[in-house]
Design a protein around this ligand. Structure first.
Ligand SMILES: Nc1ncnc2c1ncn2[C@@H]1O[C@H](COP(=O)(O)OP(=O)(O)OP(=O)(O)O)[C@@H](O)[C@H]1O
Length: 294
């Protein structure tokens, strides 16, 4: 039995007057997935998400969330949590009052204390929103999305403005939500976060998917990299390498294991010291950079 996708977008077009921002886009997000919508600036990510969240009408095409139109607020809203880039809380309410208000509006059952604990704001419960730091406000935005553990959660640039510790705590909270079965849709400009966590990625550029698939599918289209520098004179390298301006070497390869083995054996045989040796698959940044110039 195949289950209905949580999100089903078919031939979505979004136009702003003459400008065609999203062009015939189709994708699905399955239950329990973490799907990342990434792309270049102005690619159409926000326009797509706003349409899926029900905040914007599609110019044409079909969008279904839990099998309903996202504009059908009563059917969709209680099952969906949205973390916007800016939630706009009333500055004179306390954190506890703000989360309580969110809870009442969400139509989901939860306990304010539990949510404050989840987003790391328990010790700020009595503080007015106007007194919060940027990172604390961001965690309050996160609380809006996760109150009542919705089945579907949209996280728009969730870690922007967070320090390393808070970032880590947020991803731990996301992991717990996923264990509870939530489906997550993420946008971020921190590509390594998506690379580590996304099940699938839609990589947008100029209104279309440049690529869509798992991280492995996206990165395997570009060569892996081996980087190193040499401590002193060495025999001729066994592989073609490019010399960087910093004096380091770069080998690009579609046969990482084999070429790394060749290089290490050459170094071993010639007693050559490979300094700052790094080897790994292409990063998503490289994939994005490869389309940015189109
Ligand atoms: N209300 C609007 N009126 C006219 N053009 C718009 C409007 N909103 C967005 N656009 C244009 O549509 C294109 C897609 O915008 P969108 O905000 O969806 O992209 P994005 O991928 O979210 O970009 P970014 O990563 O820079 O936030 C951009 O060229 C933008 O200038």
């Amino acid at each position: 039995m195949t289950s209905t996708p949580v999100i089903d977008v078919d031939g979505l077009n979004v136009r702003y007057g003459d400008f065609h921002a999203v062009k015939n886009l189709s994708f699905q997000v399955e239950r329990g997935e973490l799907y990342a919508l990434l792309g270049t600036n102005g690619a159409g990510k926000t326009s797509t998400l706003e349409t899926v969240e029900g905040h914007r009408a599609a110019t044409s095409g079909t969008v279904r969330v839990f099998g309903h139109s996202p504009r059908d607020r009563r059917a969709v809203r209680p099952r969906m949590g949205v973390m916007l880039q800016e939630s706009g809380f009333s500055p004179d309410l306390t954190v506890r009052e703000s989360v309580g208000l969110i809870g009442a509006l969400s139509g989901r059952a939860d306990q304010v204390g539990r949510v404050l604990g989840l987003v790391g704001l328990s010790d700020r419960a009595g503080t007015e929103v106007s007194q919060l730091s940027g990172g604390e406000k961001r965690r309050l935005d996160f609380a809006t999305a996760v109150y009542g553990t919705p089945e579907l959660i949209f996280l728009d640039e969730p870690t922007t403005g967070l320090d390393v510790q808070s970032r880590h705590a947020l991803w731990e909270a996301v992991d717990r939500l996923r264990e509870d079965g939530s489906t997550i849709v993420l946008t971020t400009h921190y590509l390594e976060e998506a690379q580590q966590r996304a099940d699938r990625i839609g990589l947008m550029h100029k209104g279309v998917f440049h690529r869509e698939g798992t991280v492995a599918e996206l990165t395997r289209t570009l060569p892996a990299e081996i980087r190193f520098s040499l401590a002193g004179p060495a025999p001729a390298l066994p592989l073609h390498a490019v010399r960087g301006s910093d004096g380091g070497f770069l080998i690009e390869t579609f046969a990482l294991q084999k070429d790394l083995h060749t290089l290490l054996r050459w170094a071993q045989d010639g007693a050559v010291e490979l300094r700052e040796l790094q080897a790994g698959p292409t990063r998503l940044d490289d994939v994005l950079r490869s389309i940015g110039g189109d």
